[in-house]
Design a protein around this ligand. Structure first.
Ligand code: K1U
Ligand code: ZN
Length: 173
């Protein structure tokens, strides 16, 4: 297992629409395992392939926040939201590509997602709570969208400026 570097905003790779995964290959299996290890190490509850520089429609998530509880990793290839609830939920979201910045984002409270698993089978499941929020956040990543895109221009620009400064400082260190 290799920990991959997480790309920080702003970066053109985080703005691209990702390509579907054609089939499950050893490279995809390795990528998924590396992404799960990277997500747990960060730590985070989700991670999408473009965040590690791979522009493919794949993400991993495990929204079980209790470190004592058994892990519940999910790997989703070519995920599609097939149903959204009318009820909404607001969650203070974070993003591993925008460390230390959080903002309230309102999204459907429940979603049904269909995806291809690493075993080559199509699965469909309904998610709620943080799982639903995270699934939508990760699918947004696959469409080149960040939680910042839900915020007003001033707040988005303020966070982006701080991120440019952080990246400059990290590049100098
Ligand atoms: O996609 C990402 O950038 C990962 C992101 C997912 C996410 C978090 C919150 C709401 C929606 C989506 C994160 O995991 S940020 C870190 C985080 O939420 C967390 C970190 C440690 C423990 C628990 C959560
Ligand atoms: Zn994110």
């Amino acid at each position: 297992m290799t920990l991959r570097s997480i790309i920080l905003h702003p970066d053109p790779r985080l703005k691209k629409i990702c390509e579907p995964v054609a089939r499950v290959t050893p490279e995809i299996e390795t990528l998924a395992a590396d992404m799960l290890a990277t997500m747990y190490d960060a730590p985070g509850v989700g991670l999408a392939a473009p965040q590690v520089g791979v522009l493919s429609r794949l993400y991993v998530m495990d929204c079980n926040k209790d470190p004592e509880a058994p892990r519940q990793p999910v790997v989703m290839l070519n995920p599609e939201v097939t149903w959204r609830s009318e009820a909404l939920n607001t969650y203070e979201e974070g993003c591993l590509s925008i460390p230390d910045h959080y903002a309230d984002v309102t999204r459907p409270a429940q979603v049904r997602v269909r995806w291809l698993g690493l075993d080559g089978r199509t699965e469909e499941r309904e998610f709620d709570g943080l799982w639903a929020t995270c699934a939508q956040h990760e699918i947004d990543h696959l469409d080149g969208k960040l939680f910042l895109d839900y915020l007003g221009r001033i707040k988005r620009q303020m966070i982006t400026r701080k991120m440019i400064k952080l990246k400059r400082e990290r590049a100098r260190a």
